[in-house]
Design a binder for this molecule. Sequence first.
Ligand SMILES: [Zn+2]
Length: 413
Amino acid sequence: MTVETQYVGPDAVEALVRYVEAQGLSRFTLVADERTRSALGDAVHSALTAEGADVQMTLLTGDEVIADGERVLEIMAHGDQNDRAFLAVGAGTITDLTRFVSHRLARPFISLPTAPSADAFTSANAPMVVHRFKRTLDAQEPIAVFADMDVLCEAPSEMIAAGVGDILGKHTALADWRLGALLWDEKIDQSVVDAMYRVLHNVSGQLEAIGRHKAPAIAGLMRGLLDSGTAMARWENSRPASGSEHHLSHYWEMILLQQGRAAALHGAKVGVGTVLMARSYRRLLDLSADDVRARLERTRPAQADEERIRIRAGYGPLAEQVIAEHAEALEMLPVLTKRMRTRLADRWEQVQAVAADVPPPEEIVKQLRTVGAPTDPADLGFTALETDDALRYAHYMRSRLTVRWVERTLGLL
Ligand SMILES: [Zn+2]
């Protein structure tokens, strides 16, 4: 399924009403929480009801909405067997829950973002918490997105800042992808890479106006987030938009979930992760080709057994799950490591060219501060130990080549 309509502008509710009429849709389940209901849900409900539509409101109550089994059940429990289209009125979590439930019920869903906070609105996968572990489950894209400018501009500043963090993360995500192509022969598409860099540069050029909630800049941020989600859906995985900075975010999220601590916004964690990974790229820039050769002579190739030990040290009760998800990569490890070591020696100039495209960490910090986003793990409540652990183990969150694997191979991790 592809997104048929992506509307970002004024009077989005009117645009939605016209769209559903044209599509012949008249029965809906609207999913919102208390905040998004007053921001937009009630307006959607009354506009559709005034046109004679049957709209069932599913209100998710309580302070924290997590995309977990309990919330899935809550949405299902409110449902009936009528053939309803779903309306997700909210930010990332409500959209992911609705995306997942609607997909499993074989119903279409429409996304109505209430904040430009992440790039997940147009993506096809749903990150869901299963047994306190976040898993990416197959789901579906919305058939349409209607983003209202008044609502987006009134979104809480920290959610807008999180959207910027999710976009700035593309610096390291794209660099990681390019390293994957260079060092592991991973599939890459230059036109997708170019399109993502355009999104990045458009948003980076508007940070001050975004920080002041100016409508054209907020619209640009929202469009960038939608384009990023669409790029992931087209590529059929998150490679164009997610790399080592996201792995840090996923690792921290897992810690918060395991310990029952309050969640932090996805994009806020990604922004902080981007600062840390920009430091990793800086370290690569500081190494000469001779340094690299000397380091390769001093270090042994990674061994699957050794990696399993590290995963067990870093993941405790979740280790076997992480190892199972890496089964293929661990099997391939001798081949991949050998290839990477040869390539690092032969292509160091190209690796450095990729590293040089990542802005210095100070620059990322400055950009995040412009929109009031956190820049340091401590800002998110993480201790120095939790940051060290994240740096040591987060690259096992996904089976993918990132700058951390390059550092690992060079004995820098
Ligand atoms: Zn993200």
